[in-house]
Write a protein that binds this ligand. Structure first.
Ligand SMILES: *Cc1c(COP(=O)(O)O)cnc(C)c1O
Length: 375
């Protein structure tokens, strides 16, 4: 089918690429250097420096996906077989997947129904002698309660890895994501607030972690072909870093437009009684990666029908995440008990387009359609 024959749909997220990215990528192609030695002067090194500055971290280490970032962060933190790592279940699967890749056991903890983020008190209750680390997620772009989590992690000597894959541009108590964590992991997947196509970043203030991460991302090598430790090939290509540099320049504009769109949605949808709108509590700054609403007192069928009706009207409404990880076929074996708030949220939430490509006119169309469908 020709693309033009498809009905027009306002997508839930879409990369924003223009001449600047093309110019940067062309520069790499003309240079002939498509991948650079770790630590050498390169697009990757420039991107790392600029990213570290953005999030006010001492170190930034670029890798080839957000999942690679999480995997390496856990590995650097010494997570090994026999360990337990506490994670939310209401998140993208990568958060738990990397725990299993380290041979450890994911322990799923429920969320707060208001923020959709891990509940610090439930996290505390899940800690035992085997617990080695915790991975809170800044879901939809809203920071988890990092100060509370950091305090508990310190009391129990746990590694604190933040999954900030959705949180570029978010803030918590005036600080960037990662500030309260030992290591923060970011994703530049094509749908995220900024992209390199595929890519990721690890930020930390810890010198030892940074050195180990640089080593690990390229086969554990320090010198040439001499592996000091177990590693992997998690290097970011130069072309990806070139796109990242261009995207980073535009990030403030992207975030402004997301915020403007989110504000307009909130203003106009607050009249819809059945919807619980996303919150931005005092002291938090949302990155507005996803504008996620909850259809109160609904079940899965009614929520799915609502999404379908919106999609028929050309609105790319999408459910994140319709299956919490502990209920996925592969991960059921790690589930210890039910997680009622995660399960309920997975049946009631859906997200509306809020990305920088959505015009205010389209926002108004989305609002009118939601009112028509939900009442
Ligand atoms: C996108 C995402 C990841 C994984 O990032 P990739 O770059 O796709 O590997 C991990 N965690 C969360 C919460 C994400 O949204």
């Amino acid at each position: 089918m020709k693309v033009s024959a498809l009905p027009k749909m306002i997508p839930i997220n879409t990369p924003r690429i223009d001449e600047r990215e093309i110019e940067m990528v062309t520069k790499v192609l003309k240079s002939g250097i498509l991948t650079a030695r770790v630590g050498s002067s390169s697009m990757v090194a420039s991107f790392e420096q600029a990213y570290a500055k953005l999030v006010e971290a001492k170190h930034a280490v670029a890798v080839n996906s957000g999942t690679a970032a999480l995997h390496m962060a856990l590995f650097a933190a010494g997570v090994k077989p026999g360990d337990e790592v506490i994670v939310p279940s209401f998140t993208f699967v990568a958060t738990a997947e990397v725990v299993v890749l380290c041979g450890a056991q994911p322990v799923f903890v429920d969320i707060s129904p208001l923020t959709y983020n891990i509940d610090p008190e439930k996290f505390r209750k899940a800690i035992n002698a085997k617990t080695r680390a915790v991975i809170p997620v800044d879901l939809y772009g809203l920071s988890a309660d990092m100060q509370a989590i950091s305090k508990i992690a310190k009391e129990h000597n746990l590694a604190f890895v933040e999954d900030a894959a959705q949180a570029h541009g978010a803030a918590y108590r005036g600080k960037s994501p990662g500030y309260f964590a030992d290591i923060a992991c970011w994703s530049f997947y094509a749908s995220k607030n900024m992209t390199t196509g595929e890519g990721g970043m690890i930020t930390t203030d810890n010198d030892e972690y940074a050195e180990a991460l640089r080593c690990m991302k390229s086969h554990g090598e320090k010198g040439e072909y001499v592996s000091l430790m177990l590693g992997h090939n998690y290097r970011m290509p130069e072309i990806a870093a070139a796109i990242g540099i261009a995207q980073l320049e535009k990030l403030p504009t992207f975030l402004e437009k997301r915020r403007r769109n989110a504000q307009r949605l909130t203003e106009k949808l607050s009249l819809v009684k059945r919807l619980t709108l996303p919150m931005e509590p005092e002291g938090y700054k949302h990155s507005w990666y996803l504008y996620t609403v909850r259809l109160q007192n609904s079940n899965r069928a009614e929520r799915d029908k609502t999404v379908e009706e919106l999609r028929k009207r050309g609105i790319g409404a999408t459910v994140y995440y319709s299956t919490p990880i502990h209920l996925m076929p592969y991960y059921r074996k790690f589930a210890m008990h039910r997680l009622s708030e995660s399960e309920k949220a997975s049946e009631q939430v859906f997200s509306l387009p809020v990305h920088p490509g959505v015009t205010l006119q389209e926002i108004d169309f989305i609002v009118d359609s939601v009112i028509e469908v939900v009442g």
